[in-house]
Design a protein around this ligand. Structure first.
Ligand SMILES: Cc1cc2nc3c(=O)[nH]c(=O)nc-3n(C[C@H](O)[C@H](O)[C@H](O)COP(=O)(O)O)c2cc1C
Length: 200
């Protein structure tokens, strides 16, 4: 059985909901999933003014040294100015020791994101996330086209070959659609199955 970490940051709950769906996909595939968020780094006055809210059901990650316990790590960040949020980047910037020791080499990685607009930078965010995973020596998997829910233009839909996504809408009121939740579950299952196959 593979152990998968779903590691995320979320200000308004969209990425937190996608994290739940990814973990569900891992578990439905018969594997183990933990959900952890990275620490808030924005000043308290910004957190208050912007209405950032933390999902208390998901504990904070116990530092970089918690990561090597897992066979796979699926990383979620909202899109911020077309790239990964600073909270998540800041966490990875504390992982130099893991890089130096090669502790994540050969583990499986994947990414997911959310943005307000359909073309607000999701693919760049996914790439700015998986870049970190490649540097750590991880084997990165995407949301392959076996997930057919990402095809078609019949409705607004997230999802890209580079990872699972959702679109929050300009006022953040849109919740992840059925198709986006299915994409998140698919990604979780794909990472877990791949990690189980690659485990030494
Ligand atoms: C500082 C900041 C920058 C943002 N930049 C973008 C952006 O470049 N493109 C976009 O579509 N949405 C942008 N957004 C909206 C976020 O992507 C959106 O709030 C997020 O996807 C919601 O996810 P969450 O509920 O998990 O926080 C930005 C939001 C903030 C606070």
């Amino acid at each position: 059985m593979a152990r998968i970490l779903v590691l995320y940051y979320s200000s308004y709950g969209h990425i937190a909901k996608m994290a739940d769906a990814i973990a569900e996909g891992v578990r439905e595939a018969g594997h183990e999933a933990d959900i952890r968020c990275v620490p808030e780094t924005a000043p308290p006055e910004v957190v208050k003014a912007a209405g950032f809210q933390r999902n208390e059901e998901h504990p904070e990650v116990d530092g970089p040294n918690a990561l090597p316990e897992y066979d796979g790590i699926i990383v979620g960040s909202p899109t911020r100015f077309g790239r990964m949020c600073s909270q998540m980047a800041s966490f990875w910037d504390t992982c130099g020791g893991l890089y130096a020791s090669g502790a994540l080499i050969g583990k499986v990685g994947a990414a997911f994101t959310s943005s307000n607009t359909q073309h607000g930078g999701q693919e760049v965010t996914l790439f700015s996330t998986i870049t970190n995973l490649f540097h750590m020596g991880m084997t990165v998997v995407g949301l392959d086209y076996g997930f057919t829910g990402q095809n078609g233009v019949d409705e607004v839909k997230g999802g890209a070959p580079y990872g699972a996504t959702t679109i929050a809408g300009m006022d953040g009121s849109r919740i992840p659609s059925h198709s986006e939740i299915d994409g998140a579950k698919y990604l979780g299952a794909r990472v877990a199955r791949t990690a189980a196959k690659l485990a030494d």
